[in-house]
Design a binder for this molecule. Structure first.
Ligand SMILES: Nc1ncnc2c1ncn2[C@@H]1O[C@H](COP(=O)(O)OP(=O)(O)OP(=O)(O)O)[C@@H](O)[C@H]1O
Length: 297
């Protein structure tokens, strides 16, 4: 069942079209990723889903209602979340807890226990980030919107945060995750919408996005005897053949390996130094967004 439905969403800032005809659904319990270069409209879209920004066009429903009517069911961690400099971590947690009938405390799990007395203004960027995640989850939301969840975290803290997100999902929370990190999307997301210039350029599972790239699989080998490459080119699974010295590199679709090895077996040719590579979500992203840098934050 869809817990979030976005239909034909449109938003301008003056002459600038930030979001244009964006539609998608998020199923209950899903981790839905939103990827795209800077300025592609990701934050504007999630702000509309959270009920924090009014769209010019289209509709958003969360749990079948307008987001503004179900605010307590939506937890939001946005890029710009700022707190007063002097507020202590413990004070922020109890203040936010007081807004909700059944608050949930994720602070220990997010590594904040040793920093409860620290003032917000003294926290490192990573700790501020973790506090903002704890505050987004404090109201036991049905839907959590996390914008650039792990930006500013070191690799270990990023992995720890991923484990927390997996726990949050196991607790039944649906998650919308805006990210610049392909590894994060690949690890966490069930489906990913790739935004480009205010529109969704592609929406699929991470592996589905990869398989859209032409020549997403590459087979490299050195044939035991000279091989007529036109035989390889004639295979329907093959999109390209090149040679580097003795090595032959064949690109093509998912079933490429079987097609190539069957041909070699028929010709009684042994494939030496056989290697198979798959393009990464990074490669797919670059192709789908026209080469914009993904991790330029
Ligand atoms: N309040 C605003 N006033 C004017 N223009 C805005 C405003 N907020 C965003 N924009 C513009 O709208 C476009 C989309 O911005 P948005 O923040 O939604 O993109 P984004 O994909 O989240 O980018 P980023 O990855 O940099 O956060 C950008 O061109 C941005 O400059």
């Amino acid at each position: 069942m869809a817990i979030i439905e976005v239909r034909d969403l449109g938003k301008r800032y003056g002459p600038k079209i930030a979001v244009d005809a964006v539609s998608f659904e998020v199923a209950e319990g899903e981790i839905f990723g939103i990827l795209g270069p800077n300025g592609a409209g990701k934050t504007t879209t999630v702000e509309c889903v959270a009920g924090l920004r009014k769209a010019d066009r289209g509709s958003v429903s969360v749990l079948g209602r307008a987001p503004a009517d179900v605010r307590s069911a939506i937890g939001v961690q946005l890029q710009s979340s700022e707190l007063p400099e002097r507020i202590r971590v413990s004070e922020a947690l109890s203040l936010f807890s007081s807004f909700y009938p059944t608050p949930a405390d994720w602070s220990a799990r997010l590594g904040l226990s040793a920093h409860l007395k620290a003032e917000f203004g003294q926290l490192s960027g990573g700790l501020k980030q973790r506090l903002s995640i704890a505050l987004a989850l404090i109201g036991s939301p049905r839907v959590a919107i996390l914008d650039e969840l792990t930006t500013g975290l070191d690799p270990q803290a990023r992995r720890d945060t991923w484990s927390v997100i997996e726990e949050v999902r196991s607790a039944g929370v649906t998650i919308v995750l805006v990210t610049h990190f392909m590894e994060e999307a690949e690890r966490l997301c069930d489906r990913v919408a790739v935004f480009r210039d205010g529109r969704i350029a592609a929406l699929d599972t991470p592996s589905g996005l990869v398989s859209r790239v032409d020549g997403s699989t590459r087979v490299r080998f050195v044939p035991s005897v000279a091989l007529d490459v036109t035989l390889l080119e004639a295979l329907p699974e093959v999109t390209g053949v090149s040679s580097v010295g003795e090595q032959i590199v064949v690109s093509g679709s998912e079933n490429l390996v079987h097609a190539v090895t069957s041909l070699l077996a028929r010709k009684q040719i042994v494939a030496r130094q056989l290697r198979v590579d798959q393009v990464s979500l990074d490669d797919a992203y670059v192709e789908l967004t026209g080469g914009s840098g993904a991790e330029d934050h």
